[in-house]
Design a protein around this ligand. Structure first.
Ligand SMILES: Cc1cc2nc3c(=O)[nH]c(=O)nc-3n(C[C@H](O)[C@H](O)[C@H](O)COP(=O)(O)OP(=O)(O)OC[C@H]3O[C@@H](n4cnc5c(N)ncnc54)[C@H](O)[C@@H]3O)c2cc1C
Length: 294
């Protein structure tokens, strides 16, 4: 049995290749740049030509898929990769089981209704396609000779046109790697108050994330830093939610953290039913005090 892994980042390439090894005898990894060594039997590098858009890699990956004929496809849950996986599945007449958080003999466990429910499903067709959340294959060890091949870019019949691009503002620490994440919510009344959260990040070597309202609308934080059903799914050792009410759409992105701490001035805020430690207080008082105590 052969597995095809499609990943954009080195961490996902490593983890998904290790996971693929538990499902198949042969692992072929397709990457778009970051290429870790020794994690697969074969690694195929797709170089996106200047001026092209990564979503258009589906035509190139389709050619790889046709040549490799895998039985299972594991895709990193990032925008470009999900778009490629969706197109591959459509061409194969299959569907994609998305947001998988656990793989077992009974099938793939994934979240639905925005994370309120979990279900276990098995792919019915000949090929199983999954997008897999980070941490699903934690502990699995990657292996393989990792023979690297480069493939020629296959331009799709109707390519996307890149109109403009700009450098994304850096969001600080890599939120996927940080042991601690401090997340800011609408409890921050002004952008300058985010410095209180940044000061705590410095003390605990944490990354700064946020709830969606702080990116869309006020635009105080980069869009790639909001946590939740339509944003990032993080599982740090410690997640410190500050001025976040605890709506389900946010909590599904952090409820696999080792420990959730909450700071909120409303003792009835729903987050206090979903955290390990809660502190009722105004973040303008609490954050400097916690930072000073640390
Ligand atoms: C389809 C859909 C998808 C969505 N996806 C996401 C998603 O992926 N991620 C996400 O985050 N949201 C998402 N949302 C929005 C989500 O429903 C909530 O509206 C959002 O998470 C609320 O953000 P918040 O907790 O920061 O703000 P609020 O709900 O307004 O909560 C602010 C909290 O701060 C507290 N507070 C106020 N002042 C202070 C202070 N001085 N000190 C301490 N505490 C204070 C208040 O008591 C309150 O509990 C989605 C919504 C929809 C409809």
């Amino acid at each position: 049995m052969k597995a095809l892994v499609i990943a954009e980042t080195a961490d996902a390439a490593r983890e998904l290749s290790a996971g693929a090894r538990t499902l198949a005898d042969e692992v072929v990894l397709v990457t778009f740049g970051q290429t870790p060594e020794g994690v697969s039997d074969k690694t195929i590098v797709v170089n996106v030509p200047a001026g092209a858009v990564a979503d258009d890699a589906y035509a190139t990956v389709q050619a790889i898929y046709d040549a490799e004929a895998p039985s299972v496809v594991l895709a990193e849950p990032r925008r470009h990769v999900k778009s490629v996986a969706g197109r591959l599945a459509t061409a194969a007449g299959a569907s994609v089981i998305t947001d998988v958080v656990e793989m077992g003999d009974a099938g793939a466990k994934s979240l639905y209704f925005g994370g309120v429910g979990e279900r276990v499903r098995k792919a019915a067709g000949g090929v199983a396609f999954y997008t897999v959340a980070p941490g699903t294959f934690e502990g699995a060890v990657p292996s393989g000779a990792g023979v690297v091949e480069e493939v020629a870019w296959v331009a799709p019949a109707v390519p996307l046109t890149l109109k403009s691009s700009r450098e994304r503002e850096k969001g600080g620490a890599d939120l996927f790697k940080a042991n601690a994440v401090v997340a800011a919510g609408r409890g921050f009344a002004e952008e300058s108050e985010l410095d209180l959260a940044r000061a705590l990040c410095e003390k605990i070597d944490g990354g700064l994330a946020c709830s969606r309202p702080l990116t869309e609308g006020v635009d105080w934080m980069p869009s790639g830093t909001y946590v939740g059903v339509s944003g990032l799914a993080l599982a740090p050792k410690a997640y410190v939610a500050c001025g976040i009410s605890g709506q389900m759409q946010h909590m599904v992105g952090c409820n696999r953290s080792g420990m959730v701490f909450a700071i909120n001035k409303d003792k009835n805020a729903p987050i206090f039913k979903q955290c390990d430690f809660g502190l009722v207080g105004d973040l303008k008082d609490v954050l400097p005090a916690v930072a000073a105590a640390l």
